[in-house]
Design a protein around this ligand. Structure first.
Ligand code: XBP
Ligand code: MG
Length: 262
């Protein structure tokens, strides 16, 4: 077991040690769904001569299926496409969609959510280790983290390519914890959705949910803290639920995260 940095500061509860924070990517670190993945899926449909287009509303429903290839496959099934055809078409569409998304990332079309850079800087400055657990694909995740959050050093990045079970299955979080060699007792997850929350909690982690337009109405009743943004000095987010009475005033910071494992 590694030495865990003691990141207590005046005001932190006695005995609090936050060793690591595991972040979801889509919808959490970055605003990537409506104007990112959705656009790339639609371009892939168009490029392959298919009539399907996912508007913002439809995409919100489809998002409940995590993992792009599974999402495509489920949708094609809804459209009555036969299983043998889907078996070829879904991977082809998903490969092409990944290429399109990579180009969008390279063009700077995906941005961090407000407050994310501040929080990552604070965590790194306090010696807290950073990790990622996503159901997205390795083909774009590494590139996105380098391009969009170049100052952040994620020690462990688990993507959907390395796990059989996609969220809400806890496998990505379990793998992240194994690779960090850290325990659930000193690690916190940050998510944006019901599916991600269920995955993190099933892995035994405390979990903060930072909602976005697609997830504000999800069932987040098991979350340890719910905010509608990361907030920042002078720009507090709305605290939606604070069952542990962390005293969070709308800025997700190291002290708030640390108080969830005390
Ligand atoms: C995100 C996803 C991802 C993206 C698409 O879920 O489901 O599939 O929408 O990425 P979470 P890929 O944030 O819970 O990890 O097409 O690469 O799968
Ligand atoms: Mg997400």
């Amino acid at each position: 077991m590694r030495d865990r940095p003691d990141i207590r500061q005046p005001g932190d509860p006695e005995g609090t040690r936050l060793a690591a924070v595991v972040f979801d990517v889509d919808g959490t670190l970055v605003d990537s769904e409506r104007d990112g993945h959705r656009v790339a899926f639609n371009q892939a449909f168009a490029d392959l001569g298919l009539p399907y287009r996912w508007d913002e509303h439809v995409y919100g429903r489809l998002l409940r299926v995590t993992g792009g290839q599974r999402r495509i496959d489920g949708y094609l099934a809804e459209q009555g496409v036969a299983a043998d055809k889907r078996e070829r078409l879904a991977p082809d569409l998903h490969r092409h969609k990944t290429d399109i998304l990579r180009a969008m990332v390279a063009d700077g079309m995906i941005e961090p959510r407000p407050g994310v850079v501040r929080l990552l800087d604070e965590l790194a400055g306090r010696g807290c280790r950073l990790a990622v657990a996503t159901t997205g694909s390795r083909g774009w995740v590494d590139q996105l983290l380098e391009r969009v959050l170049p100052q952040a050093s994620f020690e462990v990045v688990v993507t959907g390519d390395e796990v059989a079970g996609r969220k809400p299955d806890p496998e990505a979080y379990v793998a992240a914890l194994e690779r960090l060699a850290t325990s659930v007792a000193d690690t916190v997850a940050v998510e944006d959705s019901h599916e991600g929350l269920v995955a993190a909690k099933a892995a035994g982690l405390a979990c903060v949910v930072v909602t976005n337009g697609y997830t504000a109405d999800h069932d987040l009743s098991t979350a340890d803290l719910v905010l509608d943004g990361f907030g920042g000095p002078g720009r507090p987010a709305r605290v939606v639920a604070d069952p542990h009475r962390t005293g969070c005033i709308g800025v997700l910071d190291v002290g708030v995260l640390a108080s969830l494992i005390s």
